[in-house]
Design a protein around this ligand. Sequence first.
Ligand code: NAD
Length: 390
Amino acid sequence: MKRKLRMGMVGGGKDAFIGAVHRIAAFMDGKIELVCGAFSIDPVISKESGEELFVSPDRVYATYEEMIAKEAQLPEGERMDFLTIVTPNFLHFGPAKLALENGFDVVVEKPMTVSLEEAKELQETVERTGRTLCLTHTYSGYPMIKQAKAMVKEGHFGKIRKIVVEYPQGWLSRLSEREGNAGAAWRADPKRSGKSLVMGDIGTHAAHLAEYVSGLRITEVCADLSTMVEGRLLDDDGSVLLRFEDKAKGVLMASQISAGEENAVRIRIYGEKGGLEWANEDPNNLIIKMLDQPRQLYRTGNAYAAPFTLSSFATHNTRIPAGHPEGLLESFANIYRNFALTVSAKREGKQPTPEMLDFPNVYDGVRGMAFIENVVNNNEGTEKWTKFVV
Ligand code: NAD
């Protein structure tokens, strides 16, 4: 493409959290510009947000329906190319479906929808329209996560036996939804959040990471969900025993009442010959632990000699030389860059490379929604283990 891709936004106004992170990530590589938005549920905040972001006032819309209808009528050289959806969970499906049906590509926050049924409908829409949908599972964009995945895939650890993934946070240790915290209020409301708070908000990140790095799919679950904070309407803590393809076993812990924790995502995977460990709070390190050998530390951005050469997926997603920290914003930007490269390649009639296509998509969104529903159903039922149904 000889120009930047033009982005529109639903949500992400002055009253929002993650929308600003999306803009930083989208702009990092100079491939994307913001041209329009319905930035808030409050039209005044939407207008003010548009002014602050230097968006032309005639392209700041009151609703996403108006935005999609009016943008679709603009000439090809002006209208937005894709829509980023950064609203509460219950407002993902509507704008995503409408955007795809009107010829726009989509970037949407996780969880992709609030039900598996909606997720499957989006999958059908993507397949029928041929458009691209990107789901922002942030942690999958890190170079050392790419390296971990590549090492598992090439058989470095032998057959995988055990996958342990954790996502503890502490920010919902109190009843913050009743104390004026808007982000907590919609997350803890079943109508706006979905069937599970903890699994929708962070458990899906952990489940995606486990399947992405291991290359194995969850086949059965045994779940225990709890509401630890009195008065809360949804769960805030969960442990899930997992069975994967190829007889691998796993444990997933997602918790928002782990008082004092920040965003302590961590994954450990063990095979017959050794294992790996990666943590979000130290993301440029990948610890490799092989049987009968000293531990090794792989670091982002190094030009190691064979047989330690970093994979093409790790280097493709690295921006600066070793020792200069890359973090969450760069990981997020990797997802946007790969999405932009894929969309541009498709528009030019070219086949995107595997590295370009390496971002979470509509199929990951369907698995995420299936994960939530399978865990909730298992927790509510009487069977110890239940099959993972999609
Ligand atoms: P938030 O409450 O801070 O912001 C929501 C925004 O959506 C606000 O600007 C609000 O005005 C706007 N909005 C609501 N209804 C709207 C409508 N009808 N039209 C236009 N705008 C509307 O929420 P948040 O924390 O930014 O979360 C948004 C989404 O991002 C959620 O789905 C959440 O799960 C996800 N999220 C993902 C990550 C990640 O790591 N990938 C991190 C945080 C949040």
